[in-house]
Design a protein around this ligand. Structure first.
Ligand SMILES: [Zn+2]
Length: 187
């Protein structure tokens, strides 16, 4: 049982005691480890696929794409943006881990798209109590513009091997359906 010692600034999110803050995870892990589970022999993406998607906890990438562990590299960050570390990771995934196709998947009802301009940076500033003029949350203007930008950033990075196919998709949280916004193309 997790010990709550307070709530965050919003009053809605619990803050847990440090000593047992991950107790629920270890309890679940003990049950997981007690059951025999298959481990694939290598970290190569069995379906040659990498997916960049958002951290939104309502998205279940394995279920949405019909995947099982071992099939794909899944990268997640706020807004599913192509950042320097996403580029670094995908360069390695393509060069070393068998990835030949990359889907950048934004989603409907994303906080990174719906927040008014400046709100995300102000939220971080307020959470740490100091101005952060250089902090860029990489908010999404609109899916079409941002996905076109990020797909081009990937293809033009010089880090992704020629022939790797990249597309920009949007996942509708409510219908569960994917749609293509930036058609698949390769460098
Ligand atoms: Zn999101």
């Amino acid at each position: 049982m997790l010990a709550r010692i307070g709530t965050d600034r919003s009053g809605a999110a619990p803050i847990y005691a440090v000593d047992d803050v991950f107790a629920d995870l270890f309890e679940a892990n003990a049950r997981y480890a007690a059951v025999k589970h298959e481990v694939f022999p290598s970290g190569v993406a069995r379906r040659s696929l990498a997916i960049v998607t958002c951290i939104d906890s309502r998205i279940d990438p394995l279920a949405v794409f019909g995947l099982v562990p071992g099939d794909a590299k899944i990268l997640r960050n706020a807004g599913a943006r192509v950042t320097p570390d996403v580029l670094r990771t995908l360069a390695l995934a393509v060069a070393v881990l068998g990835v030949t196709r990359i889907a950048v998947v934004q989603h409907t009802d994303c906080k990174m798209e719906s927040a008014p301009p400046g709100e995300l940076r102000r939220a971080v500033e307020e959470s740490v109590g100091t101005p952060l003029p250089d902090f860029d949350p990489l908010a999404i203007d609109d899916h079409t513009t941002t996905l076109a930008h990020d797909v081009s950033a990937l293809l033009d990075s010089g880090l992704i091997a020629a022939g790797t196919v990249v597309a920009g998709l949007v996942y509708d949280l409510h219908s569960g359906r994917l749609s293509t916004v930036v058609a698949p193309r390769h460098s």
